[in-house]
Write a new protein. Structure first.
Length: 149
């Protein structure tokens, strides 16, 4: 699977990869620069939903991270501990951006294992509460600064 992802990146130039939780488990330590984990509790929050995907794609474009390896997954695990374990089994990432309706420590960069983690509001929440977009953008700029973007 990893060689296929390298093919997507090196031959086809595809940098952003969308995976669900099951396909993420099929990978063995996929190396990415940024992993976006979208915590979903209801189906309308999924990155597969057109309006949510459209906003998420706009966020990625605004971050100007086209040259980086970026992956995004929908995650519906039950606890923060299972999230941490599942992510560390499937990915090696410089940054893990956890997107949810209720981020516990929004915008705070925390070292968790080999990665820096940050929690922000998910795109579905931003669509319902547009006033929070500015807060998320300020938080994402911290990651961009660390990446030199």
């Amino acid at each position: 699977m990893e060689s296929y992802l390298n093919y997507l990146d090196e031959v086809l130039g595809i940098k952003n990869i969308f995976m669900n939780r099951e396909s993420a488990h099929a990978l063995e330590h996929q190396v990415v620069d940024i992993l976006f984990v979208n915590i979903i509790k209801e189906t309308h929050e999924s990155l597969k939903e057109p309006s949510v995907r459209e906003l998420f794609d706009k966020i990625l474009a605004a971050m100007k991270i086209e040259t980086l390896k970026v992956a995004s997954i929908d995650y519906s695990g039950r606890s923060a501990e299972s999230l941490y374990m599942d992510i560390n089994q499937a990915f090696d990432s410089k940054f893990v951006i956890v997107m949810s309706r209720e981020p516990m420590k929004s915008g705070e960069l925390r070292i968790m294992g080999p990665s820096l983690w940050m929690e922000i509001f998910n795109p579905a929440y931003l669509l319902e509460h547009p006033g929070t977009k500015k807060l998320v953008w300020i938080d994402l700029q911290k990651v961009m600064k660390r990446l030199g973007v």
